[in-house]
Design a protein around this ligand. Sequence first.
Ligand code: HEC
Ligand code: HEC
Ligand code: HEC
Ligand code: HEC
Length: 471
Amino acid sequence: MSLSTPAATPSGRPPRWVGPALLALVAAVVVLLGLLAASIMERRWEAQQPALIVRPLAEWEPDNAAWGENYPREHESYLRTRGATTRTKFGGSFPRDYLDEDPLLVVLYGGSAFSKDYRQARGHYYSVQDVAATKRVGPAAVGTCWTCKSTDVPRLMAAMGAKEFYAAKFDDLRPQVAHPIGCQDCHDPRTMTLRITRPALRDALAARARRPEDAAHQEMRSLVCAQCHAEYYFREGTHLVFPWAKGLSVEEMIAYYDEHNFTDYTHAVSKAAIVKAQHPDYELYASGIHAYRGVACADCHMPYRTEGAVKFTSHHVQSPLLDVAVSCAVCHRWSEEEIRARVEVVQAKTAGAKASAEKALAAAHFDVAAAAQAGSADADLAGARRLIRHAQFRWDYVASSNGMGFHSPQEAMRILGEAMKEAQESRLLAARLLARRGVAAEPKHPDVSTREKAAAVVAAFAEGRPPSLLP
Ligand code: HEC
Ligand code: HEC
Ligand code: HEC
Ligand code: HEC
């Protein structure tokens, strides 16, 4: 007897209980399906809402651990930025000493604190410790130097006003700055949406007739980083400004700085008026293929992870090469070895061009100094010094950007090529000035092959007792 044919009554109709039983069965299935659907919806909701709000957050809550009570996965992954020993060929988070590795930097930065202390950046967890320890920040430092280092900054700016915050002394603010970069820097504590907390980016966008509120969600996934990973200068000694008014390209920035007559330091050797580029990560990225295709900083540096049924954003911001399976391979179906190799080929080419530009620039600084020693007047040297100013800013735009050219390979190579060309042009002008003074042979360039030797040469120039460069 099959279930589909209940025992027929003598009349040939199904028995009387069959109707209600079917109804009950259907009702039970409907209820079960409903429960299942509700459970699925709830899981989706859970996945989107990573955790229930355990405790409401204060508007300017600086403590990452307090946010962590509500969002433990994000907080735990954030805490992994404490790892400070990772190495890749050109990056990682160990404190690589750039000056030991590349003594020419001591020459090019001669006259600025970068020639004394310049190390590779570590994870966000260390931002407060590292800025407090660097020799580049001395007793004269201003509040502005804290801007990109701590979640206490938005709170202090709200209380004091941004202008007053910048103008305060670095040391006077020190007791009030305790928490490293974190949740408050990128999130609204009530809605957890991404938000811009730093006025310099807001102002820079406004100068281009844009507001962060109008940016699409995907763009915000880069703009939160651009708050700090961008080129900047201190206008009138304290006010933090991104030189974006004319545009983000290296040429537009040079035009901006020239128009504003801005100089960071006078070069110890050549006396050229140098603008120190400060990691224009966002700007260089913006000229590359990934930005063009709408791939955001967070796509590579904050990939998604899953924990059980929950998908969340890794807040362990680091070199993507340390985990290409989640950072690149989600979009590129290449093997992990190939992905890494392609990045390293780009980086090695950039590093080669960067080294050539450094050699040309160092030679230009010495040639111009030699022309000055031979008696050329400042007015005659102005053209050569101006070429150095521009060449060095170009070189530095790439050199101080993180990622060794990967964020925009072609643009990085183009800029370094231009830097080399301008440095050579400067040398040519210096050679002409020397010839006018009867110096036909090449100037003598001092030995700067180690950090110590380079530092001694720079110090001799800075202290007004330079070695003679005349042949
Ligand atoms: C397409 C992927 C991708 C995008 C998008 C991207 N990066 Fe990177 N980034 C990389 C790679 C690859 C490196 C090189 C890492 C290395 O050499 O170990 C890197 C390096 C860095 C570094 C240095 C890390 C280290 O350990 O040396 C920083 C800082 C950085 N990027 C910031 C940014 C910012 C800010 C943005 C957006 C404006 C961005 N990146 C966009 C892939 C990306
Ligand atoms: C440098 C900026 C930045 C910092 C600092 C930061 N976040 Fe995020 N956070 C992001 C980005 C980008 C996303 C992805 C948002 C999106 O695409 O909607 C995100 C997403 C989230 C989400 C949404 C769920 C998810 O995982 O995608 C939560 C919750 C969150 N972050 C919590 C935190 C907490 C807690 C901290 C501090 C420990 C923190 N964030 C620090 C940038 C940041
Ligand atoms: C509030 C300022 C600020 C914001 C916002 C910010 N960064 Fe950073 N970032 C820093 C500073 C400062 C350091 C260097 C910290 C140190 O060395 O102590 C750093 C370091 C890094 C490093 C190097 C870490 C390592 O281990 O190699 C990477 C990569 C990075 N940031 C990427 C990003 C990305 C991607 C975003 C956006 C999602 C972002 N940052 C947002 C200020 C910021
Ligand atoms: C969200 C998706 C996405 C992620 C994540 C991503 N990329 Fe890409 N990548 C693209 C797109 C889109 C292009 C442009 C392809 C095109 O237009 O031909 C591209 C282009 C490239 C190219 C140039 C390709 C070529 O043929 O010349 C390289 C190299 C590359 N990506 C490497 C990486 C690496 C390394 C990472 C991880 C650090 C990464 N990408 C992460 C989407 C992504």
